[in-house]
Design a protein around this ligand. Structure first.
Ligand SMILES: O=CC(=O)O
Length: 313
């Protein structure tokens, strides 16, 4: 397979790069000074593109690569891939589900604890020497809080399982009620938000879920409510979120994702009821290695004409 051209537009993971280089002719686009020219010159050699949560395959890239057969995403979310165009052109698409579910769910619970128990602020309190001047203030209990989950797929379910271990009643919203699920279902996000303490975004980003967290939802969650976003930045109307937090109309937020990563609204930096992470839901050595192996497995299966391991299209 050494002659098969695989395009990686941005750096993602050194283990993945190394494993791809052992098997394929890997084009690392970010190392090339004139990208457009390089793409033009090598367009006929590229048969696969590696995507991730910030770089996928849009219509322009797909059109620029006439020999493209597969987009293998090093992510579970494939919102950066033009799926419609891929379907039209018979281009296969794969992602990395399951292997990252536990890490993302762990992180969601971590964010809940961090926001309610002010873990990051308390850490700053100790480091700054303020403890010597008096005790840190009281915070908010997590055990027993009602957790509302938007999207009860693999990750949403794993968050529910973990939150149940903290005696948290679980409720959810998804496109339709799930027959085999005992948690309370709300047909709208506003109703879910009005009836939970902590609202978690755990659904894929699609046209229907863009800005699923809007002003009405934020107001329903209210000044004691906490928003956790481990989905995608555009799930949230970020300027509404920022003004609600600044004005105290929302109790707090734990965010792993943002509208324009790596840009994060600076108004949030001074708020102690907000915990900000740099999109690290699946970022452990173990999980990123498993994700890389899945990307490689999908590419090998495709080029050996075997069934894909985790096909999306
Ligand atoms: O954001 C990460 C992913 O989609 O895997």
């Amino acid at each position: 397979m050494e002659s098969i051209g695989v395009l990686m537009p941005i750096p993602m993971n050194s283990y993945l790069e190394g494993e791809l280089e052992k098997r394929f002719n890997l084009f690392k686009l970010w190392t090339v000074p004139h990208k457009a020219q390089f793409l033009k010159e090598n367009a006929d050699s590229v048969r696969a593109v590696i995507g991730n949560s910030s770089s996928g395959a849009d219509a322009d890239l797909i059109d620029a690569l006439p020999k493209l057969e597969i987009v293998a995403s090093f992510s579970v979310g494939i919102d950066k891939v033009d799926l419609k165009k891929c379907k039209e052109k018979g281009i296969r698409v794969t992602n990395t589900p399951d292997v990252l579910t536990e890490d993302v769910a762990d992180l969601a619970i971590g964010l809940m604890l961090a926001v309610l128990r002010r873990l990051c602020e308390s850490d700053r309190f100790v480091r700054s020497g303020k403890w010597k001047m008096g005790d840190y203030k009281l915070t908010t209990k997590f055990t027993g809080k009602t957790v509302g989950i938007i999207g009860l797929g693999r990750i949403g379910q794993a968050i529910a399982t973990r939150a149940e271990a903290f005696n948290c009643p679980i409720s959810y919203h998804s496109r339709s009620q799930k027959a085999d699920v005992k948690h309370k279902y709300y047909p709208t996000v506003v109703e879910l938000a009005a009836n939970c303490d902590i609202l978690v975004v755990a659904c894929p980003l699609t046209e229907e879920t863009r800005h699923i967290i809007n002003r009405e939802v934020i107001d329903a969650l209210g000044p004691k409510g906490v928003l956790i976003n481990i989905g995608r930045g555009p799930h949230v109307d970020e300027s509404e979120l920022v003004s609600a937090l600044v004005e105290g109309r929302l109790g707090g937020a734990g965010l792993d994702v943002y509208q324009n990563e790596p840009e994060v609204p600076e108004e949030l930096f001074g708020l102690e009821n907000v915990v900000l992470l740099p999109h690290v839901g699946s970022a452990t050595v173990e999980t990123r290695t498993a994700m890389a192996d899945l990307v490689i497995g999908n590419l090998e299966a495709h080029f050996l004409k075997k069934p894909l391991l985790t096909p999306v299209v």
